[in-house]
Design a protein around this ligand. Sequence first.
Ligand SMILES: NC(=O)c1ccc[n+]([C@@H]2O[C@H](COP(=O)([O-])OP(=O)(O)OC[C@H]3O[C@@H](n4cnc5c(N)ncnc54)[C@H](OP(=O)(O)O)[C@@H]3O)[C@@H](O)[C@H]2O)c1
Length: 301
Amino acid sequence: MRAIQIDRFGAPGILGLTEAPRPKQGPGDILIRTIATSINPVDDKTREGSIGDGTPPLPMTLGWDLAGVVVDGGDSGLAAGERVIAMSHQLGSGRGTWADLVALPAQAVGFAPHAVTLAEAATLPLPGLTALQTLDWLAVSPGERLLIAGAAGAVGGLALQIARARGVRVDALVSRDAQAAFARSHGADRVVTDAAALEDRAYDAVFDTFGAFATEAVADGGRYASIATQAGPVPDLSGRGVRTTVHQVREDGAGLDELTELVDHGALRLRVHATFSVHDVQAAHERFHEGGLTGKIVLTF
Ligand SMILES: NC(=O)c1ccc[n+]([C@@H]2O[C@H](COP(=O)([O-])OP(=O)(O)OC[C@H]3O[C@@H](n4cnc5c(N)ncnc54)[C@H](OP(=O)(O)O)[C@@H]3O)[C@@H](O)[C@H]2O)c1
């Protein structure tokens, strides 16, 4: 089968299709034929070699996101041909999704939405689970005020929509005017492009997607979650009674089913900036690097 593997770290030029053995389907695994996947920042960092400790051994197959069809459901009860999505914790397990066939534990797999194509669905797993799990940690309730820093990014854009679906009042910090329009049209109340314009101690919770560390914005007794692992820990705010975390996304099939329901009910709109064939994986990464994206870069198999 075909896979995008690396045997050294470097620029996108090292990427290409190689021939790899079919994955072994262990007990409790589901074997999936990949239809589409997407590029996440972690894939880029892994390829460059900037993750450091905890990087799987070389050669490795890259990729976390997956949308495809079941080939063999094992003892999961899923029938062959079922449309599914999955997130594989590639750094933790070495099981990359950028391959024709992927075997994953049933707990990492969820039903794909019916309302969108599998190419669109491939944009959901990693950013969606990160948004959902971090919002669950923040435990924002209807009527509370949430600030999302990076609210037009892949994770932030989904977090904004999920929080709005939960009745939370959301303000947004974004990088530029084009992103402000996205945040407003997806239900953000107040949108700023300058962290200095944020109200002090106004938010019950802050969801920080890029290491803004807008700690003055969170109210005393509030919650502050970052997902920007490489920006380091959130400063200690325990003196103000603020709980802090740097959330690390987990495989979570039940969470994927929750996201799929939101998509099928029209509460979560997915964004594709461009779709590339897996044969054009280098061009796809170059586009990802250029930035200024209005959605995810999808790779189709
Ligand atoms: N811990 C975890 O489990 C986990 C899970 C998923 C992602 N992550 C990490 O979280 C980060 C975000 O991921 P993502 O997929 O959402 O990336 P993304 O799509 O690039 O989103 C990041 C957003 O932040 C915005 N931004 C960056 N710097 C800004 C600034 N100074 N002011 C205002 N906005 C700014 C970006 O705007 P521009 O596009 O204009 O730059 C972009 O909209 C990445 O570092 C990723 O590695 C961590």
